[in-house]
Design a binder for this molecule. Structure first.
Ligand SMILES: C[S@@+](CC[C@H](N)C(=O)[O-])C[C@H]1O[C@@H](n2cnc3c(N)ncnc32)[C@H](O)[C@@H]1O
Length: 252
């Protein structure tokens, strides 16, 4: 796999010292992982800076949930606001990340990227780099608190790079799955939902460059697959590590 950090040099702007192993030679060594086990590697930092260091065409499937650009506010003081989640920040992030995601993906692969219904520009950005083949609706068991119409669903675009193998049979694009009852992150996705997305792609190596609480990474590990996550908030990297330590053995 090409994403091992050794022997790579960073050719971009100088990153903060906290993100980089300083050292040997004239270049900057790639950031060391925050955590790594047999299945999961986590990098702490900005994906825009870390992903280019991890190589090209090494990912079978990107399964991710970037900031939607909706300025999501904390839920009853239990969780906090999401980094890069104003519309302006999220647009800049998506435009910067999509070419990097495309470069990281192997040819003829499929991917899922979650997003918000109100942000029509997301599909436009995705379409610049991937073929948008479909869109799944995650139907939740309950709708959220608040006023007017409360959403009981979220969506994820299903993307192709090249022409991946055709699945053996067709399936519905409405996926029912219960919400997390006690989330520790404002956008925590159910592990079961992420497992379904990973399984649909048939991938062996998964990338989530907006790892959050790590549901994609846990899902991959449960399936006995390798996953690489990047997360810019240190406290979420620590949360992922805790959740991984609690997880049951992979299915094998
Ligand atoms: C929508 S949440 C992902 C939630 C995740 N799917 C889960 O189940 O917990 C987006 C995450 O991306 C992180 N993030 C935002 N900008 C980032 C960046 N430039 N690089 C890495 N992570 C970033 C945020 O801190 C947040 O945790």
């Amino acid at each position: 796999m090409k994403h091992e950090p050794e022997n790579l040099t960073l050719e971009q702007d100088e990153p903060p010292a906290s993100e980089t192993a300083k050292g040997v030679g004239s270049g900057h060594l790639v950031s060391p992982p925050f955590y790594a086990d047999e299945y999961v590697t986590i990098y702490h930092g900005d994906s825009r800076r870390i992903l280019p260091q991890l190589g090209t065409e090494w990912v079978d499937a990107i399964v991710c949930d970037p900031p939607y650009g909706i300025d999501l506010q904390p839920q009853r003081g239990k969780t906090k606001a999401i980094a890069n989640d104003t519309r302006r920040e999220a647009k800049a992030l998506w435009w910067a990340m999509l070419p990097l995601l495309h470069a990281a993906a192997k040819p003829n692969t499929s991917h899922f990227v979650f997003g918000g219904w109100s942000e029509a520009w997301c599909a436009e950005v995705l379409r610049e780099w991937f073929t948008v083949k479909g869109c799944i609706v995650w139907k939740k068991n309950q709708f959220g608190m608040g006023y007017y119409l409360r959403p009981q669903w979220e969506l994820a675009w299903y993307l192709h790079k090249g022409v991946p193998p055709v699945p053996e049979k067709a399936s519905s694009d409405v996926w029912e799955c219960a919400r997390e009852q006690a989330p520790e992150h404002s956008c925590q996705k159910p592990v079961e939902l992420m497992q379904r997305a990973i399984q649909y792609t048939g991938a062996k190596v998964i990338l989530d460059p907006f790892a959050g609480s790590g549901s994609t990474l846990l899902a991959a590990k449960n399936l006995g697959l390798r996953a690489v996550g990047i997360e810019c908030e240190l406290e979420y990297c620590e949360l992922i590590k805790r959740r991984l330590a609690q997880e049951v053995l992979p299915l094998g």
